[in-house]
Design a protein around this ligand. Sequence first.
Ligand code: NAP
Length: 209
Amino acid sequence: MQVTILGTGNIGGNLGQALAAKGHQIVYGVRDPNSPKTQAALNALGSAAKVTTVAEAVKASDLIFLALPWQALPEVLQSAGDLTGKTLVDCTNRVGVPLQAGHSSLEEVARLAPGAHVIKTFNTVAAETFHKPQFGQTRASMFYCGDEAGAKASVKQLGEEIGYEMYDLGGLANGYLMDALFQTWITLAMGNKLGRRLALKVLTTQDDL
Ligand SMILES: NC(=O)c1ccc[n+]([C@@H]2O[C@H](COP(=O)([O-])OP(=O)(O)OC[C@H]3O[C@@H](n4cnc5c(N)ncnc54)[C@H](OP(=O)(O)O)[C@@H]3O)[C@@H](O)[C@H]2O)c1
């Protein structure tokens, strides 16, 4: 399928490569087609990717990944055109804001993009591990949150294609869980000095304990 990614940095570039490896066509929406990040992303993907403006990239696909700095979202979403009915997959992380129900980063994005189906996922991962979500024999878990069932099904499918084990954490009102998982991830990576090649894993057992 044709997938739009806004941003060509660490997340945009690596996500584009992971999706293109599964046969998807990538349309990058950028502010500067000559930026070093955009040129690197295009060079890595060859004919699997093309680049255009943010507004044209949004028109090109119904599935749009936000791979931008958190601070850029108001400006970029303002310039994106009509987002009604589009699935917006928010991969950003907002740093330095305490957790507060009703004010999660996901809910903030939903307020910036009225009419869009906003899903948050892929924010508890280091971009360079998109290519290989297997850690030894173990598949990494990935989480997603949002209100619209069809949009969530698409995101789940793409995540599974890349290789993640996908878990639905509920609707927009549960968005704070995604922020909490990011804060958990960064605390493990930095505070516990585990480094960036780190993923979260859900374990279950059917055994009687
Ligand atoms: N890096 C990770 O491992 C990781 C993991 C999980 C989540 N995230 C989150 O993912 C988001 C992207 O992170 P990243 O590491 O990919 O950032 P990055 O490498 O700095 O790339 C940012 C991209 O956004 C573009 N951009 C910045 N401001 C823009 C604007 N005003 N209008 C249009 N495009 C703009 C940049 O364009 P130019 O090329 O023109 O500068 C660049 O392509 C962040 O919110 C981050 O918290 C990152």
